[in-house]
Design a protein around this ligand. Structure first.
Ligand code: PLP
Ligand code: COI
Length: 339
């Protein structure tokens, strides 16, 4: 396996693997799981996913653990979030059992692409659901394809658990549909591409959003939630326009387990100056500490230091410990996929 890839130097991107798994929804029901080695999908040019964004994706990871097992983290939560999205854009829900069966299958089939524990890399699992029927009027599709692809990945942000700068560019908004129970649809991410490019062009790791309505409160980063630490308290935004992150939900629980207070509430931008530590969190981001956040319009800089803080480090190590089967999984978050 060691020869397959340079695991330790992997970035976050797509690499071809051996198989993906697919399931079609036709005549009002889900079919059998199909194993596929083809990377492309035949698609009608008038498919609803292309024209009206009737599509959604998810993201989770499989971890090769030091005890030799392979685990995935909270796949039931991804299934539930996808179901919420499906309800919001009139797609049939993927049952949790089907979702988890397909996750297990695609991870097992691509076992040789699961990076070794020591490399720090993981196998990213990307479920995708698309409306495939032709429509020209704005109507839901009759038929759907649910597929899961996998790709080995390294850190999403430079350096992994290392501090990076972020930037607020006020003319860009976190995309609106997130507030309506519709999560992780491609249009939201396409809408963030320009802000993300501007942030990168100026040397920042990522763009950072304020609430779209008042530009007063903290929302989230481009592909991750936000948390701040102060006075032994874990503070994270309550907002209708951010993704309900499974990582953030888990960190709130761990913070509570560590005896921290947890507050999920509106965070005015100025409050950033009071945090001792700040971080971005998500499946891809894990915990990515934030060194500073610049507000380009006001010229303000909110500084959290060049080095990750002790609470962020403790949360990071514990979360990783659970994901890799090292720490006790007392909340039952991990699922062994390969024993
Ligand atoms: N926010 C956005 C916009 C994201 O794309 C992601 C990544 O999935 C997250 C937050 C983190 O969510 P999760 O922890 O469920 O991966
Ligand atoms: C994730 O963390 O799973 C994401 O979806 C982030 C990004 C790659 C879209």
């Amino acid at each position: 396996m060691a020869e397959l890839m340079d695991w330790s130097n992997l970035g976050f991107g797509y690499h071809k693997t051996d198989y993906n798994v697919r399931c079609y929804y036709r005549d009002g029901k889900w079919g059998e799981i199909e194993v596929c080695s083809e990377e492309t999908i035949p698609l009608h040019m008038a498919a609803t996913c292309l024209h009206y964004g009737q599509e959604a994706f998810e993201g989770l990871k499989a971890y090769r653990c030091p005890d030799g097992k392979v685990r995935v983290f909270r796949p039931d939560e991804n299934a539930a979030r996808l179901q919420s999205t499906c309800r919001g854009i009139l797609m049939p829900e993927v049952p949790t059992e089907l979702f988890i069966e397909m996750v297990k299958k695609v991870v097992r089939l691509n076992e040789r692409f699961i990076p070794p524990y020591e490399s720090g890399a993981t196998l990213y699992v990307r479920p995708l659901m698309i409306g495939t029927s032709a429509q020209v009027g704005v109507h839901p599709s009759q038929e759907y394809l649910f597929l899961i692809l996998v790709t080995p990945v390294g850190p999403y942000f430079k350096g992994g658990f290392a501090s990076n700068p972020y930037v607020i560019i006020r003319e860009h908004d976190r995309s609106a549909p997130l507030g309506t129970g519709i999560y992780k649809v491609g249009g939201n991410y396409a809408a963030s591409l320009l802000a993300n490019k501007k942030a990168h062009d100026k040397g920042y790791a990522c763009e950072f959003y304020l609430d779209a309505k008042e530009k007063k409160y903290i929302d989230e980063c481009g592909a991750a939630n936000f948390f701040g630490i102060k006075d032994n308290t874990y503070v994270t935004p309550k907002s209708t326009s951010i993704l309900p992150s499974i990582t953030n939900k888990s960190l709130m629980q761990l913070a509570e387990d560590f005896g921290l207070k947890v507050e999920r509430r509106q965070i005015p931008e100025e409050e950033l100056s009071t945090f001792e530590e700040a971080g971005a969190c998500g499946t891809a981001a894990v915990i990515s500490p934030i060194s500073y956040i610049d507000d380009l319009e006001t010229g303000k800089r909110y500084d959290f230091g060049e080095e990750p803080g002790p609470v962020s480090r403790k949360l990071f190590e514990h979360l990783r410990g659970i994901q890799y089967g090292i720490e006790e999984d007392k909340h039952g978050w991990t699922m062994v996929v390969i024993d």
